[in-house]
Design a protein around this ligand. Structure first.
Ligand SMILES: [Zn+2]
Length: 497
C-alpha cells in the first residue's frame, strides 16, 4: 500500500480515498475530477474552478507550455500555481497525447520531467506511448516496452516532492494491460493512469473501457490510485468509479461546449435541439436554451453561449461526482450504475461487463450497507447475490426442510421452514434481518431473479445431500424450475391458493 493514498470507504470496487499531494501541500479527496485547463485558452478561470465548482485539482499540459514561447517564460518565472492562479494540486501531462496524434514530439521523458519540476507541477507525467484500441499485438507489445523505459527514466529523474504518473498501456489486450499494471505498481512511481482510453470513450465503447480498467487493476492491486485518463463525461462516472477508478479529467466540458453540446447524466444533447434545460445549475436556472442560442458570441461584456455551456457541463459533471461519492458512502453505488445504465445502451454494456467481474468486486464490497434494491435483472449478477450463494453452501440443514416464498404454514411436518427471496435464494430465519436479505424486491419477480434463487436452492442442496428439500414457489418460470436438482420437491404456491 502506498502511503500517499488512503482508502476510506468502499462500494463494489469504488472507493472514497485521500490522495496526499505533498508539493501542493494539499490532500485531494477521491474520486476527483480534474478539469483540463488549456494554458492558451482559459474557458473558465482556474480560480473559479476552485471557488465555484469545488475543483481540488486540475490538469494542464506541460508540453504545450514548453512549446509556446509566450507562456513558457511566465510559467517558469511565476510557477504554475501563480501563472494559472490556482491553489489546489496541479497535474501536468507530458505531450504523450500529442505524440499519439502527430506521431512525433521533440522532447524526452528526462527533459519533460525536469521541465515539469521547474514550472512547479505537483504530479508529473513521463512520455509514455498511448497505443490506441485495436492496434495489432506486435505494435502494442513494442510500444509497451517503450512506455516501460519511460517509466524507468522517470524513476531515475530528480523529482523531489513531486508525484509522478506511471501510465498503464496495452491497447485492448487484457493480458498486456494487466502485465503493464503489475510493472507500473512495481516502480517507485505514484499515480496510475489507464491510458489511451479516449478513442474508446469517444465512441461509447464502455464495455471495453471496463475490461481495460479491470485488467489494469488486476495488475496494479487494490491500493494504487487509478486515473482514467481522458474520462470526464458525467454519464459514465458512476460506472468508472464502480470499476475502481479514482481520478478523472474533463476536457469534455470545454470541447463539447465549443460544438454547442450540452452534457447530461444520460448522454449529450445539442443546444439547437433543446426547448428546456433539464438542470438547475446557475446557468440553467437563469437561462433558457433560446437565450443561449440568441446570445451566441456574447455582447462583448458578458459571457458567450460557449462559456455558459461549458459552465453547465462542468456543473453537471461535479454534481454527478458528488452523487457518486454519496452513493459510495450509503452503499448504493451499483443502484446508481444501474440507473445510469438505463440511460444509454452503451452504458448497459458497460454495466454488464462490470458484472462479469462480480467476483473481483466482491473482494472489496462491504458486507453490510443500505438496503439492496432489486430493480433490474442485471441486479441478479451483483456481488451480493454470489456471496449469499457461497454462504448457502456452508449452512447446515435439518433432515426435512421447507423453503418457501410465502410465510411458514401454521401446521406442517418439516423440521424447519426457511424463506426464499429471489434473487438470493433460501436463508434461515436468523439471517432475515441481515444484509443483503433486507433487500427491497418487487412483488412481481422477473425470470432472472427466479433463476438466481433456484441456483441458491441448488447450492444449498448440493452442500446438504442428506436433506429432503421442498420449495414452495410463486409460479416460477420453467427455466428456474429446471435449475433445481431432481430430488428437490416443488409446490406452486399459487395453485395451492
Ligand atoms: Zn445546468
Amino acid at each position: 500500500m502506498r502511503d500517499h493514498f488512503e482508502i476510506r470507504d468502499h462500494d463494489a470496487a469504488g472507493r472514497i480515498g485521500r490522495l496526499e499531494v505533498p508539493r501542493a501541500d494539499v490532500t485531494v479527496e477521491t474520486p476527483a475530477l480534474l478539469p483540463v485547463v488549456n494554458p492558451n485558452v482559459l474557458t473558465i478561470e482556474p480560480s473559479r474552478l476552485e471557488s465555484e465548482f469545488g475543483a481540488e485539482m486540475l490538469i494542464t499540459n506541460s508540453y504545450i507550455i514548453r512549446s509556446t514561447d509566450r507562456i513558457r517564460d511566465r510559467a517558469v518565472d511565476e510557477g504554475l500555481h501563480d501563472f494559472l492562479d490556482f491553489d489546489g494540486a496541479i497535474m501536468t501531462d507530458s505531450g504523450s497525447f500529442q505524440l499519439a496524434e502527430y506521431g512525433d514530439i521533440d522532447v524526452t521523458t528526462e527533459e519533460i520531467i525536469e521541465f515539469q519540476r521547474r514550472i512547479g507541477s505537483d504530479v508529473a507525467t513521463p512520455v509514455d506511448v498511448p497505443t490506441p484500441p485495436d492496434a495489432d499485438r506486435e505494435r502494442a507489445e513494442r510500444e509497451l516496452a517503450t512506455t516501460k523505459r519511460a517509466l524507468a527514466d522517470a524513476e531515475a529523474a530528480e523529482t523531489g516532492e513531486m508525484l509522478v504518473n506511471a501510465p498503464v498501456q496495452g491497447s485492448t489486450y487484457a493480458d498486456l494491460r494487466e502485465e503493464a499494471g503489475r510493472h507500473a505498481a512495481g516502480t517507485g512511481l505514484d499515480v496510475f493512469p489507464v491510458g489511451a482510453m479516449v478513442p474508446l470513450l469517444n465512441s461509447y465503447r464502455y464495455a471495453e473501457t471496463v475490461e481495460a480498467v479491470r485488467a489494469a487493476k488486476r495488475g496494479l492491486g487494490p491500493g494504487a490510485p487509478v486515473h482514467l485518463f481522458g474520462a470526464g463525461h458525467p454519464m459514465m462516472l458512476a460506472l468508472a468509479v464502480a470499476a475502481g477508478c479514482d481520478l478523472f479529467d474533463s476536457a469534455a466540458y470545454a470541447l463539447m461546449a465549443r460544438d454547442g453540446r450540452y452534457l447530461t447524466v444520460s448522454g449529450t444533447e445539442h443546444l439547437e435541439d433543446l426547448d428546456y434545460f433539464p438542470c438547475s445549475c446557475p446557468v440553467c436556472a437563469e437561462h433558457t436554451p433560446a437565450d443561449l442560442r440568441e446570445l451566441g458570441e456574447g455582447d462583448g461584456d458578458g459571457p458567450s453561449a460557449e462559456r455558459l455551456l461549458a459552465e453547465h457541463n462542468l456543473h453537471v459533471t461535479f454534481e454527478e461526482l458528488r452523487r457518486v461519492k454519496e452513493a459510495i458512502r450509503s452503499g448504493n453505488l451499483l443502484e446508481l450504475v444501474d440507473r445510469r445504465a438505463r440511460g444509454h445502451p452503451a452504458m448497459l454494456d458497460g454495466y454488464r461487463a462490470l458484472l462479469d467481474h462480480a467476483d473481483e468486486l466482491e473482494r472489496t464490497d462491504p458486507g453490510s450497507k443500505d438496503a439492496f434494491f432489486h430493480t433490474s435483472h442485471e441486479a441478479t449478477r451483483r456481488p451480493e447475490v454470489g456471496r449469499h450463494r457461497d454462504r448457502l453452501a456452508r449452512l447446515t440443514t435439518p433432515e426435512a426442510l421447507l423453503l418457501t416464498e410465502s410465510k411458514a404454514p401454521s401446521d406442517h411436518d418439516y423440521d424447519a421452514v426457511w424463506r426464499v427471496k429471489p434473487p438470493f435464494g433460501p436463508y434461515p430465519p436468523a439471517l432475515s434481518e441481515t444484509y443483503p436479505l433486507t433487500a427491497e424486491v418487487p412483488e412481481r419477480t422477473d425470470d432472472a431473479a427466479q433463476v438466481a434463487a433456484a441456483e441458491g436452492v441448488a447450492a444449498l442442496a448440493s452442500a446438504n445431500p442428506e436433506t429432503d428439500l421442498t420449495v414452495g414457489h410463486d409460479a416460477w418460470c420453467d427455466r428456474a424450475l429446471d435449475r433445481l436438482p431432481d430430488r428437490v420437491e416443488t409446490e406452486n404456491l399459487r395453485t395451492l391458493g
